[in-house]
Design a protein around this ligand. Structure first.
Ligand code: CMC
Length: 438
């Protein structure tokens, strides 16, 4: 007769323990009962990088890395990408259901209503160097929003949380576009609330006084670009317990306000192993330089001298489903904006890597970042904006996960343990006096 338990015999003591198994998981705290003596602290698990540790129970996003499946609230990403807008998906993540027609109108209106940012934020922007990285600006200014909305500290008040959700989703594109304009030395363009979410962001970023060369041609008249950006936003909206989401859950466990918590998530996203990878991909493709040089580059990767950015994933051990959709999106954008020459290098890198034993054995496939940068570049964004373009759509995912964590009665202040390998207790030596003083 099978039982949902695990029997563990501690060979140090010969004692056997029976531990419950729930959802394929044992509770780490159950290991504490396993002791060699009364004074023993009890057994812990050691898991650098949280490779095999579930930190929460969640009902938001499901991934199956072996099968290449991604679903938000049960809906397959392929269907959401083709049938839903980003704002509908943001609503879905937070409220747990797709909006009805009436709810969609109210939600959309609420977002448009909250897109303005306080003029005071512009003072912060002016303090940044002319060439400040826009992600540094975004992470700082989103944290600063907490000082404009001090009531956001009431994290256990559902209505307060709901209002901050509107504000954050609405203001992130404005902060992002202002960060871009600051770097380019251009005047800020205020939100134009007759436009859709993606159109408004494109408008605030590119519209107006800049040289024509920097502006995508008439995107207002070409819905393909706004639609492509919106699809990319859908694909980036959430991805369960990744590094930045785990960061917001951890910071949120201290009951920090959501703006500061989102800033912490953005800080995690910024790194080149996470959301900064799309920027790294573009630099890598430029470094490779031409299709002919791809085999030599792959050789360097296999020798451990280089990393193939945009390849590999902690969860996906098959093709990242988002990369498949992005590839299609790229073709649509190139039709409008002209072909990005780097796509040939990327395609050749993918072809060679997918046939090579090194990548096959390690199950390394293109991830979401491999092709997204090419689209962003074709639309007109510089590489520094790529992580910012990841942070905007990840905000509703972060926020929904933050709220889920906060309202989960099982959760506590996050505080991992360590294995201390440092010095034993020792006395501070008497100061050595210089010769003269002696
Ligand atoms: N290029 C070359 N080799 C790689 C790569 C890569 N991109 N990724 C993993 N490997 C090798 C790695 O060297 C190791 O080889 P070995 O067994 O010989 O030591 C093996 O594959 C396993 O790698 P790992 O580092 O243990 O795997 P991980 O799950 O810790 O790494 C990763 C996941 C995403 C950090 C890694 O694949 C990577 O650095 N990729 C490039 C950066 C990137 O594209 N990041 C975006 C991830 S998707 C979007 C997001 O999460 O933000």
């Amino acid at each position: 007769m099978s039982k949902d338990t695990l029997s563990i015999t501690d060979n140090r003591t010969g004692v056997t323990y029976e531990i419950p198994v729930e959802s394929g998981t044992i509770r780490a705290m159950d290991l504490r009962a396993i002791k060699t003596s009364e004074k023993d602290f009890g057994l812990m698990s050691y898991d650098p990088g949280y490779m095999n540790t579930a930190s929460c129970k969640s009902r938001i996003t499901f991934t199956d890395g072996d099968k290449g499946i991604l679903r938000y609230r049960g809906y397959p990403i392929e269907q959401l990408a083709s049938k839903s807008t980003f704002l509908e998906v943001a609503y879905l993540l937070y409220f747990g259901k797709l909006p009805s027609a009436e709810e969609a109108i109210r939600w959309d209106h609420g977002i448009r209503y909250h897109t303005m940012i306080h003029e005071g934020i512009k003072q912060f922007l002016n303090g940044f160097r002319y060439d400040a990285h826009p992600m540094g600006i975004l992470v700082s200014t989103v944290a600063a929003l907490a000082t404009f909305y001090p009531e956001s500290k009431k994290v256990f008040d559902a209505e307060t949380r709901r209002i901050q959700f509107f504000r954050l989703v609405a203001k992130m594109p404005t902060l992002a576009a202002f960060a871009y304009r600051h770097r380019m030395g251009m005047p800020y363009i205020y939100p134009e609330n007759t436009l859709s979410y993606a159109e408004n962001f494109l408008n605030m970023t590119f519209h107006g006084s800049e040289p024509t060369a920097l502006r995508p041609p008439d995107f207002e008249h070409d819905p393909v670009l706004a639609r492509a950006l919106d699809t990319l936003f859908v694909l980036h909206a959430d991805h369960e317990q990744n590094c930045s989401t785990s960061s917001i859950r951890m910071v949120g466990s201290a009951q920090t306000d959501p703006y500061t918590a989102v800033s912490a998530a953005g800080a995690a996203l910024y790194g080149p192993l996470h959301g900064g990878a799309n920027e790294a991909v573009l630099r890598m493709l430029r470094e490779v330089g031409s299709v002919e040089k791809v085999p030599a580059y792959v050789k360097q990767v296999k020798a451990g001298e280089k990393k193939l950015f945009g390849f590999g994933h902690r969860v996906y051990k098959s093709y990242d489903p988002r990369a498949r959709i992005i590839k299609k999106c790229a073709d649509q954008v190139f039709e409008v904006m002209g072909r990005n020459g780097l796509i040939d290098i990327a395609t050749e890198l993918e072809r060679i890597a997918l046939e090579d034993d090194y990548f096959i054995q390690r199950k390394l496939y293109p991830n979401v970042d491999f092709y997204s940068g090419l689209i962003y570049e074709a639309i007109g964004f510089p590489a520094e904006m790529f992580p910012v373009l990841f942070a905007i759509p990840r905000t509703p995912g972060w926020y929904s996960q933050w709220q889920e964590h906060l309202t989960d009665p099982e959760q506590k202040l996050a505080r991992p343990r360590q294995i201390y390998l440092g010095e034993e207790a020792r006395d501070v030596p008497a100061p050595e006096l210089p010769e003269l003083v002696k």
